[in-house]
Design a protein around this ligand. Structure first.
Ligand code: SAH
Length: 349
């Protein structure tokens, strides 16, 4: 049997106008809706009792009719390097993880878009959790709001960047991801800048085309990892139905429409993509549209099938790309000691 609690409507699903109507219908003023909205979004209120500029009677009325399906950060782990990993419990008891990554000039929130993931990339810990459901726009927004609070509380600095590089594939939950971004950037929400937001994808061609058509203003990162079909298919099954030629066409369309660069994320593994032929293929792919490359450090996930290539191999990649005018950075991992680094999010705790 469902409890009374779960059948109450989630107040954050209501538009301001619906809320105004609710107050008028209950003999109160429409203006209350604006106050409530501010509590729900700008101030991220988790309970009606926090809404101290409402009368007790109004708060009771809201409690009687609505729930706030806010996420709960139940477990917060701090890494030696300052990284914070949050285990986030959703209203139905499922758990996702999100990460705060502090650096000298920025504080980045790395957020999840799905519970688990359906894509089965062989090197990623999240792939081992089967996909359970998409996160709602509010659940995505809440992760960012929670990290914003932590940035202020623990570092006395503002949150500056957001990356969709946590659990899940953001482009398979496109409408909720874009709705969350809308709210994150709105003045009624967190007022953050679109250009500080990056959505990272395995590279689903048809969704990249849709994003271009929609004229999205956030940044695009593609987890490439190999620019030869045979190699990419062996580590990322999505490449079978979504090969590099289709990805390249979608990216050309993206650039044509948005005039914006793409960032490729690329891990170099021993015995997998560590030959000069692989590096040449990457260079060729980088010329499809203006791009830059982040060579990401591999974060081992238990069984040791994948091993980071040596520094010499990374230098070989770096030299080739830079010599040909492709901006390339080597990205060291953060939060490895608490399994908070890229590809390590798997609800171990
Ligand atoms: N599904 C999206 C976002 C989640 S993964 C995507 O594929 O982009 C975020 C980034 O971490 C991706 O670039 C992914 O390829 C990378 N990654 C996954 N497992 C990793 C691991 N074990 N070590 C380093 N990076 C990893």
């Amino acid at each position: 049997m469902q409890s009374v609690e779960t059948v109450k409507r989630d107040i954050r699903k209501l538009k301001t106008d619906d809320l105004k109507k609710f107050f008028i219908d209950h003999g109160d003023k429409a203006f209350r809706a604006v106050q409530v909205d501010e509590w729900l979004w700008k101030k991220s209120a988790k309970s009606f009792d926090q809404m101290t500029n409402l009368s007790v009677a109004t708060r009771e009325l809201l409690k009687e009719h609505f729930a706030i399906n806010h996420i709960h950060v139940d477990n917060m782990q701090r890494s030696a390097d300052g990284t914070i990993k949050n285990a986030v419990t959703l209203h139905d008891g499922l758990i996702v993880e999100s990460v705060l990554i502090p650096a000298e000039t920025r504080i980045t929130a790395c957020v999840s878009s799905q519970v688990g993931c359906s894509l089965a990339c062989k090197f990623c810990a999240t792939a081992r959790l089967k996909r359970q459901r998409n996160l709602s726009a509010d659940e995505i927004y809440d992760q960012v709001a929670a990290i914003k609070e932590q940035a202020e509380l623990f570092f006395n600095r503002p949150l500056t960047n957001i990356v969709f590089m946590g659990m899940g594939e953001p482009l398979l939950n496109y409408s909720n991801v874009t709705a969350a971004i809308e709210k994150i950037t709105s003045q009624k929400g967190l007022g953050m800048a679109m250009k500080r937001i990056t959505v990272s994808t395995v590279g689903i061609a048809k969704m990249i085309i849709k994003m271009a058509d929609d004229g999205v203003k956030f940044n695009l990162a593609v987890s490439l990892h190999a620019a030869l079909d045979k190699t990419r298919s062996s580590i990322m099954p999505i490449n079978d139905s979504n090969p590099l030629s289709e990805l390249a066409d979608a990216l050309k369309y993206w650039y044509q429409k948005t005039k914006r660069k793409v960032t490729y994320e690329y891990v170099v593994w021993k015995g997998i993509n560590d030959t000069p032929e692989h590096a040449q293929a990457l260079l060729k792919f980088c010329k499809v549209i203006p791009s830059k490359v982040n060579l990401i450090e591999y974060n081992p996930i238990d069984d040791g099938e994948f091993k980071q290539a040596s520094d010499d191999i990374l230098t070989m990649y770096m030299d080739l790309l830079e010599r040909n005018g492709i901006t390339t950075r080597i990205r060291k991992s953060r939060g490895k000691d608490i399994d908070a680094a890229c590809g390590q999010l798997a609800n171990k705790s």
